[in-house]
Design a protein around this ligand. Structure first.
Ligand SMILES: Cc1cc2nc3c(=O)[nH]c(=O)nc-3n(C[C@H](O)[C@H](O)[C@H](O)COP(=O)(O)OP(=O)(O)OC[C@H]3O[C@@H](n4cnc5c(N)ncnc54)[C@H](O)[C@@H]3O)c2cc1C
Length: 429
């Protein structure tokens, strides 16, 4: 007989949600995290979008959340300009947006919820791999010791030691992984509320940026989110560009972003409190199968993030996949199916949710996210069009279409590539 019903590897949003769900159903669960306390090595922008967490923690909005997003921005930054959409809506009350969260606090709170629900939570322990017997996972291995369980939920995030060591995931290529870097900058609560034009100290601003001006043409997306008394600012950088260019390092990308003429004033008077870096999966599903005999893979470990340059979501996908993995175990247990079961029901159940539907429908969106068109051509053309439209030269005015065509004609980039990227944008974004 196994020592545990389920071992959950990783106490991020995926693992903690799975553990809460399982423990609440009286399953015997071990939740293990390499960090002590759990979550202390985790990084997110981070806006927790939607309300998925209420399935396992109905009171989560009263937990350690920072500000409710009432204003969402998207900007293209060129060297001299910012071209933005600043979307604010009273309807963000009915259309759930999200709360900014600070992961060190938030993950510790979630792990405690798992413990309070009855899970055994062990922190500061790194699991090495699955323990396999006759093609079935019978538990996990740590420093040569085996801990047995009827099922393992691998929720170890993008840096997937267990899945890779167990031969169920390949090391990701540069195309399928990006580097996220983040700083937390301390500012007074009142300054944040006033500076970002927010209606109260409970309300927040969240914005993504296309950073089209970086040295060496490195492609990166920026983000800036307001917390109660700090802002989270950071960049997600193409790993290939980072490796292959000879002039820009990860740390000076965030510096260039912070020093941009239309970002620096937002940070004025702030003090850097925290600096962190983390991998971000790109391009959808990162494994051939998210289930096997005796195991399921949830969250970032499976590649469940949605990133298209305008939004970056992953925590909500992690939570839903963790809960569905837990449910799928409980389904098998109810039928009396014991250790090493084949969890194909996890794939079936997750296919009915937005997680696998989005992975399927938006497959290939990374080609758009990291295209030259998004990062260079479109911002440059938009900048020129805006300058033409919003200035007075003393000459007769031109139609917008003519301005755009002229600007496009003057640029060196391939028109065919731009047309292709625009087509992909229509199809995939
Ligand atoms: C810079 C940045 C900004 C982001 N912004 C957002 C955002 O605004 N909104 C959003 O929704 N998503 C955002 N994301 C994505 C989001 O952070 C992830 O999708 C989400 O954290 C995935 O949750 P997870 O539980 O799958 O993995 P993780 O949160 O990575 O948790 C994995 C856990 O497993 C533990 N672990 C790892 N290996 C082992 C091991 N071998 N043994 C034991 N424990 C182990 C880790 O310590 C960690 O606690 C961002 C990501 C980054 C990097």
């Amino acid at each position: 007989m196994s020592e545990f019903d389920v071992i959950v590897v990783g106490a991020g949003p995926a693992g903690a949600s799975a553990a809460i769900k399982l423990a609440s159903a009286k399953a015997n669960v071990l939740l293990v995290d390499r960090a002590d306390p759990p979550g202390s090595k985790n990084v997110s922008g981070g806006v927790l979008w939607g309300d998925s967490l209420s399935q396992v923690a109905p009171d989560w909005e009263k937990g350690p959340v920072e500000r409710y997003v009432e204003a969402k921005g998207v900007s293209f930054l060129t060297k001299d300009s910012r071209i933005s959409i600043d979307f604010r809506s009273k309807k963000f009350g009915e259309y759930k947006s999200g709360y900014t969260v600070l992961r060190t606090k938030f993950d510790a709170w979630l792990a405690k919820k798992a413990k309070d629900s009855g899970a055994m939570v062990v922190s500061g322990v790194t699991i090495d791999k699955l323990s396999m017997k006759d093609g079935k996972a019978i538990g996990v291995e740590q420093a040569g010791e085996t801990i047995t369980a009827d099922a393992v939920i691998i929720a170890e995030g993008a840096n997937s030691r267990v899945a890779i060591n167990s031969g169920i995931k390949k090391k990701p290529s540069d195309r399928h992984i990006a580097l996220g870097i983040k700083e937390i900058i301390k500012l007074p609560e009142k300054t944040i509320t006033e500076r970002f034009g927010l209606s109260s100290a409970k309300m927040g601003f969240a914005s993504e940026y296309v950073l089209g001006f970086l040295d060496g043409g490195v492609k990166a997306g920026g983000f800036l989110y307001t917390n109660k008394e700090s802002v989270s600012i950071g960049a997600v950088i193409s790993m290939g560009d980072l490796r292959n260019n000879n002039q820009t390092y990860s740390f000076n990308i965030i510096e260039q972003f912070k020093e941009h003429p239309f970002i620096a004033p937002l940070l004025e008077g702030g003090r850097v409190e925290e600096y962190s870096a983390h991998l971000v999966p790109e391009g959808g599903l990162a494994v051939n199968s998210i289930h096997g005999n005796g195991y399921m893979i949830a969250g970032d470990a499976a590649g469940f993030t949605f990133s298209n340059g305008l939004v970056l979501q992953g925590m909500n996908y992690a939570i839903v996949s963790g809960i569905v993995a837990a449910d799928s175990f409980l389904q098998k247990k109810e039928k009396g199916i014991g250790a090493g079961a084949n969890f194909s029901n996890y794939t079936d159940n997750l296919s009915k949710t937005f997680v696998l539907k989005d992975m399927k429908n938006f497959r290939g969106v990374d080609a758009v996210t990291w295209s030259n068109s998004i990062h260079q051509t479109i911002p440059a053309i938009a900048e020129e069009a805006m300058l033409n439209m919003f200035s007075e030269s003393g000459e007769p005015k031109e139609h917008l279409a003519k301005i755009l065509f002229k600007s496009l004609k003057e640029r060196k980039e391939s028109k065919k590539d731009l047309a292709m990227d625009l087509y992909r944008m229509m199809r995939r974004m």
